[in-house]
Design a protein around this ligand. Structure first.
Ligand SMILES: Nc1nc2c(ncn2[C@@H]2O[C@H](COP(=O)(O)OP(=O)(O)OP(=O)(O)O)[C@@H](O)[C@H]2O)c(=O)[nH]1
Ligand SMILES: [Mg+2]
Length: 738
């Protein structure tokens, strides 16, 4: 530790407009991997990190981006609460790092003006200089620092540029207790702030002048609501003061925008230079196509198709999948050869390997999907897609702001639902949350892949588009259309309202960082493996136990005992051809016994009760049980089918890949296959629409702060799923099975 460093920790808050590179800078400084992406609104929750520089420990807190410290949406409130020290269990930051986008200083300095009034030691990181340069913009950094009265450091966060200097400047903040505060507001306004400050201090000696100012400006009532001391009288005083100010020609809150933009202009005067003719950047040229209504839509469909073709390609996914299947077959063989028959062996082979192994087989597809999603997020395309969809969305009563939360839900509904925090309007946000789980998340993909690979003919249309891809695309499309329909209905029934016009910034395109994309892929792949090893493993063991016990082998074998004894006798001295026939008959009997045992198990008995309900969907009780068991997570349907069709003697060899096993599954006591194209489609449609994901429901509860909405979501989605599957089965069976 350096000799003269004061014994004080630095708690530095990272503040700035959305998509300026805060999280990228946070990651570069702290070595943490906080999610970044090239569109506004990536961070919605605060995140802690730290680094040590020259012996000084610095705590960092990454915050959601915000254009202003007047909070409008829940994610912006997080930032304001942290800065004002209003968050429980959170040390109030004693320094601020403001990240500004050098290519758009006019807008970015607005928040600098607000932050300066906090009076905290502040550093400005002038980020994205490379993009400013591309646009022909140059900034006089020294002049800027002088006029702002705080240090300014040029950085390029994604290339780790300027980090050392930034660390130096941050640590140097230790020696600055505060910065001189200069208010951009006119005198009358400042007087009112002074009076309010005095009033606040009567109740709380620590109340800051800054809080007084924000209280006066915040017409939304967000800050006042939680200000318990003072109460009614204070509220009346504030309202009256606002009226008086309005009479003086300074209506609140317009006064803030006017004063601050004037200040920003003053600061920037003469220090930002632009090339006389605005450069047409590559971004601009690409955007002419991608934000064009026709060109953009075609591109969007193209990119989605490409993604699914890749997910389905035999070249990568198919082969890898085969290796994983082979691996589990070998393990099953080893277990089979080395363990005595009994419950434990069955748990391993029919439970763990057929169940969890059956899910893990889809790892390659999950990785490829996230590879594409990571590229789309990082290059800047998502914001274009949102822009493009805004017109469509406003017709159904949602804004383009809902698009990114919905699009993120393609990976997983949980971050998607959290991303809805960027939506200011409460009803818009709620509708977005309620329809987000309809987007086809990555947990549904294994279900689609399994059933498509097993039952949809492997043909191509016009030699390019494979039928498999087409079916997958339709499932995704179905989710989108259902979401649109539900949003439309909600808007016209329980959640009416106007959609505000949407202003989305289009970030500059950039080449996706390869290491970043690979990291996301590895991270998501690992998360999938962990999920299979924990939640899905646990559910699989429960399902296995329920379908293995109670077990009365004697009773199940008794009807066949005589025949078995006879066959075994014949086997001795039989010709090769005869022996084969006898073996075949023995396998058949064994399968019947296994089926009998399964029907006698707890789950089998419950199955009788389930079957009439799912029969109209074309399902047998095993599919029905699997659908119910997958309430905690959708992938459980796969592990459960693995267990049930394995235990029930539906396969010829021990632990064949699930897609082979289900092809052979027969209705009890008949020769009729359970699965065919209509049944496969009906299961896929059910899983496209159902709410089988406990974690999603829990997040809806947390984000809406009420049980009402998760229950509502579960009920409406389950009804939708059942009806959707019913129609799918009945219609496709009428067409295909006659
Ligand atoms: N060209 C360029 N890109 C950058 C620079 N710094 C960050 N980026 C990229 O900008 C994008 C946005 O970065 P984030 O760190 O997610 O931005 P953020 O400020 O945290 O955004 P929100 O969380 O939405 O407020 C990412 O794609 C980064 O890789 C830079 O200096 N130059
Ligand atoms: Mg961020």
């Amino acid at each position: 530790m350096s000799v003269d460093a004061p014994a004080r920790t630095l708690n530095v808050a990272l503040v700035g407009n959305p998509n300026t590179g805060k999280s990228t800078l946070f990651n570069a400084l702290s070595g943490i991997r906080q999610k970044t992406g090239n569109y506004p609104g990536v961070t919605v929750e605060k995140k802690h990190g730290s680094f040590t520089h020259k012996g000084q420990k610095v705590e960092l807190i990454d915050l959601p981006g915000t254009y202003s410290l007047a909070p409008r949406s829940p994610d912006e409130m997080v930032t304001v609460d942290v800065l004002l020290g209003r968050q429980a269990n959170e040390a109030k930051p004693n320094a601020v790092l403001v990240i500004v986008d050098a290519s758009n200083l006019e807008r970015n300095l607005y928040i600098v003006s607000q932050v300066k009034e906090l009076g905290l030691p502040t550093v400005v990181a002038l980020n994205m200089g490379d993009i400013a340069k591309d646009k022909g913009i140059s900034v006089d950094v020294i002049q800027l620092a002088q006029r702002l009265g705080v240090p300014v450091v040029s950085t390029q966060a994604n290339r780790r540029g300027g980090l050392d200097q930034l660390r130096d400047s941050i640590v140097a903040l230790l020696y600055r207790e505060s910065i001189p505060v200069e208010s951009p507001f006119p005198e009358e306004f400042r007087d009112k702030v002074g009076q309010l400050h005095a009033k606040l201090q009567e109740h709380d000696a620590k109340a800051t002048r800054y809080l007084a100012e924000r209280l006066l400006l915040d017409t939304s009532g967000y800050l006042e609501k939680e200000l318990t001391s003072g109460g009614r009288a204070l509220h009346n005083w504030i309202v009256e003061s606002r009226n008086q100010l309005a009479e003086l020609g300074q209506p609140v809150p317009a006064i803030e925008a006017i004063s601050r933009y004037k200040w920003v202009q003053g600061v920037l005067d003469g220090i930002v230079t632009r090339e006389a003719t605005r450069k047409v950047t590559l971004s601009d040229r690409i955007d002419r196509v991608l934000t064009n209504r026709i060109g953009g839509t075609v591109f969007f469909i193209l990119i989605m198709t490409l993604m699914f073709q890749a997910v389905f390609s035999d070249l990568v996914a198919g082969n890898l999948m085969g290796y994983i299947e082979g691996f589990f077959e070998i393990i099953a063989g080893v277990v089979d050869a080395n363990l005595a028959d009994g419950a434990f062996k069955s748990l391993l082979i029919d439970g763990v390997i057929a169940g969890v192994g059956g899910v893990l087989v889809f790892l390659p597809q999950i990785c490829i999907l996230f590879f594409f999603i990571a590229i789309l997020e990082d290059c800047g395309y998502l914001a274009r897609a949102a822009y493009l969809m805004d017109r469509l969305f406003s017709k159904i009563g949602l804004s383009g702001k809902s698009f990114i939360p919905l699009l993120s839900s393609f990976a997983c509904a949980i971050p998607g639902i959290m991303a809805a925090r960027v939506i200011e309007n409460r009803r818009d946000r709620l509708i977005t949350i309620l329809v987000a789980p309809l987007m086809s998340c990555s947990a549904r993909m294994p279900v689609y892949v399994l059933l498509t690979a097993a039952f949809i003919p492997d043909e191509t249309i016009g030699g390019v588009l494979s039928l498999h891809t087409l079916v997958m695309l339709s499932m995704y499309l179905l989710g989108i259309l259902a979401a649109v329909g539900v949003a439309f209905v909600l808007r016209r029934t329980i959640l009416p309202g106007e959609t505000p016009p949407f202003v989305m910034e289009l970030p500059s395109y950039k080449f996706p960082s390869i290491s970043g994309v690979l990291m996301v892929m590895v991270e998501k792949g690992w998360a999938f493996v962990k999920r299979a090893g924990t939640l899905i493993f646990a559910m699989t063991v429960i399902v296995w136990a329920l379908s293995y016990f109670p077990r009365n082998e004697e009773a199940a074998t008794a009807p066949f005992a005589a025949e078995i004894a006879q066959l075994e006798n014949q086997l001795e001295g039989a010709s090769e051809e005869q022996a084969e026939q006898i073996e075949e008959r023995l396998t058949e009997i064994n399968n019947q016994i296994d089926g009998e045992l399964l029907r006698g198990s707890f789950l089998g008995m419950a199955g009788h009760w389930i079957e009439p309900i799912v029969r109209p969907l074309g399902w047998d009780w095993k599919i029905g049980s699997a659908a119910i068991a997958s309430f905690p997570a959708r992938e459980v349907i796969i592990s459960t089918m693995g267990v049930l069709y394995n235990l029930g003697g539906d396969e010829d060899e021990e632990s064949a890949p699930l897609r082979e096993t289900i092809k052979d599954a027969k209705w009890a006591g008949t020769d009729e296959n359970v699965f065919n194209i209509p049944v496969a489609l009906s299961i896929m449609v059910f899983f496209a629409l159902c709410a089988q994901c406990a974690a999603t429901l829990a997040v809806i509860k947390r984000e809406t702060n009420s049980w009402k909405w998760p229950i509502f979501t579960f009920v409406y989605m389950t009804v939708l799923a059942y009806v959707g599957a019913l129609i799918t089965y009945q219609v496709s069976a009428a067409i295909l099975l006659n």
